[in-house]
Design a protein around this ligand. Structure first.
Ligand code: FES
Ligand code: FES
Length: 214
């Protein structure tokens, strides 16, 4: 028993009275006890991108990724969110001619940039040659990774044409005929959980005119 002048408190008494107060719902919750400031609306910034050849301006929270800006603000949902961590390539888009993972970059960092998404490559009845090759070779199963695979492969073949060496294997000769090995190396950032890899490589090799796809 703790004796405070004028008040006698036992441990049991404190527990019983605390439980009774809680049961009666008179114990204030932490959230009620502290007055929280009113939620402030997020500050936004104007961002203009040229998306698939058309200027698009958005007022967005500067923390919004390019992927979310495309999907949530411009309703271009062809680019997929697989991992949101730069590990799967499902979100690949072409920015200023280079393929990037749009989940790893903020939209505000690309103000004024030109962006190409899967929607900008082709459309039903007028497919991009790479899209048509994926159809011909069954380069997909569930299709979730497919937009990223196609956008990435289009930019990847441009990298080869420009003589940009593979960042994976420096010994691959970018100026030599494209091989299946080189396609696999250069497309290694695009994961397919259905493992449709052999057909994906066949589709890309078809467009690249590659003979050795083993
Ligand atoms: Fe961007 Fe996976 S969603 S890399
Ligand atoms: Fe299903 Fe690639 S086709 S993840």
């Amino acid at each position: 028993m703790n004796d405070i002048p004028g008040i006698a408190i036992t441990r049991r008494g404190a527990l019983v009275s605390g439980a009774a107060a809680a049961a009666a719902g008179v114990v204030p919750l932490a959230s009620e006890a502290q007055a929280l400031p009113a939620e402030q609306p997020a500050a936004t910034m104007p961002v203009t991108l040229t998306v698939n050849g058309k200027p698009r301006t958005m007022d967005i929270d500067p923390r919004v990724t390019l992927l979310d800006a495309l999907r949530e603000h411009l309703q271009l949902t062809g680019s997929k969110k697989g991992c949101d961590h730069g590990q799967c390539g499902a979100c690949t888009v072409i920015v200023e001619g280079k393929r990037i993972n749009s989940c790893l970059t903020l939209a505000v960092m690309h103000d004024g940039d030109s962006v190409t998404t899967i929607e900008g490559l082709g459309r039903p009845g007028d497919l991009h040659p790479m899209q048509a090759a994926f159809v011909r070779h069954d380069g997909y199963q569930c299709g979730y990774c497919t937009p990223g695979q196609i956008v990435s492969s289009v930019a990847m073949l441009d990298e080869i044409k420009e003589g940009i060496p593979s960042y994976v294997s420096a010994d691959l000769n970018a100026s030599a005929a494209v091989t299946g090995q080189e396609i696999r190396e250069r497309m290694s950032g695009n994961i397919c959980r259905c493992a449709a890899y052999s057909n994906i490589v066949a589709a890309i090799a078809d467009v690249a005119g590659a003979k050795d796809v083993a």
